[in-house]
Design a protein around this ligand. Structure first.
Ligand SMILES: Cc1ncc(C[n+]2csc(CCOP(=O)(O)OP(=O)(O)O)c2C)c(N)n1
Ligand SMILES: [Mg+2]
Length: 248
């Protein structure tokens, strides 16, 4: 949402269920103006919606490319399969991204899949599939750009599986009994933020001092946006129903 230009305050406010109706005109977790599609909360079921958006854009002759980001768990659902079949057959401008963070709530990937690399599935649909180190900012950017450009040129869909890790529990009440001891510690060594900072310092475009300053400024920006979001009122029942009905 941030990359699409949604203000940080509004992202936090959506997460914290605050009333955004006066700001956005509705209270739901999407931002059509900034190109962020609706999110249903039912994992997997967003994929046909985003595939439909890609179809609509293609029919209208737009050069937009839909990027559909989902989890390893969500991507095992039936609607995802149907979306990939139709996206391939109609060469739709859509990139399917699986953010493979190894867990769906408390279920490890190995209990839901018999394959390790989830991009292998692409071959069966008839479009390219590629696995990337999801903790490497530059690799993710380069591979995404390659396939987004291809889709924009009429080349059709691609599947990118970004291998990563969910560092924290699924939610605040998750004691994570399912996680093998020491596993998270290994993944923390691959934390993308310090890795990218180091990569930029290695090629001489960033100094430690600049990185520290940026971190301090961003922390202030995040704290201020969070405080501003929490200062917004809760939606009233009437207001919530009114905005939901207006959208329908
Ligand atoms: C159809 C459906 N079943 C169950 C849930 C509850 N649920 C919410 S998130 C989640 C795990 C999703 O895992 P994954 O797709 O890997 O995404 P991650 O949270 O790891 O990013 C589940 C089971 C849901 N939202 N929708
Ligand atoms: Mg997951």
């Amino acid at each position: 949402m941030l990359l699409k230009g949604v203000p940080l305050r509004d992202v936090f406010a959506s997460e914290c269920l605050r009333d955004l109706s006066k700001v956005k005109g509705h209270n739901s977790f999407y931002d059509i103006e900034n190109g962020v599609a609706p999110f249903t909360g039912t994992i997997g079921e967003d994929v046909p919606i985003i595939t439909g958006i890609a179809l609509a854009r293609k029919l209208k002759g737009s050069d937009a490319v839909a990027v559909c980001i989902q989890g390893d768990g969500g991507s095992s659902r039936g609607a995802v399969h149907e979306s990939m079949v139709v996206a391939a057959a109609w060469k739709l401008p859509i990139i399917f991204v699986i953010e493979d963070n190894q867990y769906a709530l408390g279920t490890p990937k190995s209990k839901t899949y018999a394959i390790q690399d989830l991009s292998d599935r692409a071959k069966g649909y008839g479009f390219p599939g590629v696995s990337v180190d999801g903790n490497d900012v530059v690799e993710v950017y380069e591979v995404s750009k390659r396939y987004i450009d291809r889709a924009r040129d009429g080349g059709g869909p691609a599947l990118i599986a970004a291998e990563t890790y969910r560092f924290h529990g699924h939610n605040i009440g998750d004691a994570q009994p399912y996680r093998p001891k020491g596993e998270a510690e290994e993944w923390w060594k691959l934390d993308p933020l310090p890795r990218y900072t180091k990569a930029l310092m290695d090629i001489g475009v960033l100094t430690r001092k600049e990185a520290d300053k940026m971190e301090r400024e961003l922390k202030t920006e995040i704290d201020e946006a969070a405080a501003a979001a929490l200062a917004l009122p809760w939606p009233t029942k009437e207001n919530y129903i009114k905005t939901a009905v207006a959208e329908l």
